[in-house]
Design a protein around this ligand. Structure first.
Ligand code: ADP
Ligand code: MG
Length: 370
């Protein structure tokens, strides 16, 4: 299209300015391949510089819009290529950074494909969840100077209820105030992880006759907790949130009734709360409305706090998805302007820890005297 290069250039300059602000929410856009070869696409151009141009398939070219992200993955991008770009973020977890990766987009746009892989994370064409954990294990076994301990938790949020996917029968108390009250499992190897993910998927499916329906109507959150301790006693604690969000499409209220309407209302509410939090952060408001939904409560420390956050904006290429594609890209663009500030590693030197222990001992001694 005429004027494309000029528009990209202008976009690029603006984008570079934004990039200078360190610690923004990073946004990667991924375009699913078309499901049928004959389908008409609304995506006109994917640039190597992280730009994507979408055009209204009904109206003329003049309605085309260009969006700029950190990366855009075209329809032929492989899982390995996507992971390769995500890997530096994952690796920083081992140095004590908190990381949050979330997949946003309408149902069928490829969120689960990116996070879990096809058929919900079975051992073929793995997604980020498995590749990240595998990587963390590789790093932890290759480092002789640091001893790591890796634990995972898996929950889903369905109709504003948090459900433990690793332990559905009994309720547990993990005693951690910033995490939901759900079981935390120690993992020793990549195969432990595969087993837990399959267990989680099974639990997620068991509550519904149509698993695909349920999984697109709930948010699933896999949390990985990594504690490290080096030979001189320095410790680090970090967490990784891997979030497969419910489908972002608006369900027409006139079409949905009963359970479906209730689900739609809960999803609309939690995703619009996520949008409100992102807007408030982007505008640097003093009040950030985290407490308006379970999702934003659980992700609070990853959205505004001391974390590196990556959003995958998933889009479907088909012409009939144009409206949803545009709405996803706008949401993603807003997210990319959020400045989180520079993340800090959650590290504590051995010396400080020893002093804290001494203080604790003294406090206890005092308490027992009084
Ligand atoms: P969502 O989780 O957003 O609802 P899915 O990940 O289930 O979407 O993807 C919908 C369908 O498209 C699935 O059959 C999936 O295997 C396929 N799919 C999605 N992304 C890709 C991709 N990048 N390459 C090949 N197939 C894909
Ligand atoms: Mg899905």
């Amino acid at each position: 299209a005429l004027g494309y290069n000029q528009a990209v250039k202008e976009n690029r300059n603006l984008y570079n300015m934004l990039q200078e602000l360190r610690g923004n929410i990073r946004v990667f856009c991924r375009i699913r391949p078309p499901l049928h070869s004959e389908s008409i696409s609304s995506i006109e151009h994917v640039g190597h510089d992280g730009s994507v141009m979408v055009c209204d398939p009904v109206k003329l070219q003049s309605t085309c819009k260009i969006f700029q992200f950190n990366k855009v993955f075209g329809p032929t991008t492989t899982q390995d290529e996507v992971y390769k770009e995500t890997q530096p973020l994952i690796r920083s977890i081992m140095d004590g950074y908190n990381v949050c990766i979330f997949a946003y987009g309408q149902t069928g746009s490829g969120k689960t494909h990116t996070m879990c892989g096809p058929s919900g994370g079975l051992p073929k064409d793995f997604g980020i969840n498995y590749m990240a954990l595998n990587d963390l294990f590789n790093i932890s076994t290759s480092r002789e100077d640091v001893k790591y301990d890796i634990r995972v938790q898996m929950v889903e949020i369905y109709n504003e209820q948090v459900r433990d996917l690793l332990n559905i029968r009994t309720s547990s108390n993990n005693g951690l105030s910033n995490l939901p009250d759900a079981k935390i499992c120690q993992v020793q190897s990549p195969s432990d992880v595969i087993n837990l993910m399959q267990l989680g998927e099974k639990h997620r499916a068991s509550s519904s006759t149509a698993m695909n329906h349920r999984s697109s109507r709930s948010h699933s959150i896999l949390t990985v907790l990594v504690n490290g301790k080096d030979i001189s006693g320095n410790v680090s604690h970090s967490s990784l949130h891997l979030v497969d969000l419910a489908g972002s499409e608006r369900v027409d209220r006139s079409e949905a009734t009963g359970e479906r309407l209730k689900e739609a209302q809960h999803i609309n509410k939690s995703l619009s709360c996520l949008g409100d939090v992102i807007n408030a952060l982007a505008q640097k408001n003093s009040h950030i409305p985290y407490r308006n939904s379970k999702l934003t409560q659980l992700l609070q420390s990853s959205l505004g706090g001391n974390a590196k956050t990556l959003m995958f904006a998933h889009i479907s290429p088909e012409a009939e998805s144009y409206a949803e594609t545009l709405s996803t890209l706008k949401f993603a663009q807003r997210a990319s302007t959020v400045e989180l500030g520079t993340a800090h590693a959650n590290k504590e030197s051995g010396e400080i820890r020893d002093l804290k222990e001494q203080v604790d001992t003294l406090k206890k001694a005092l308490a027992s005297k009084g």
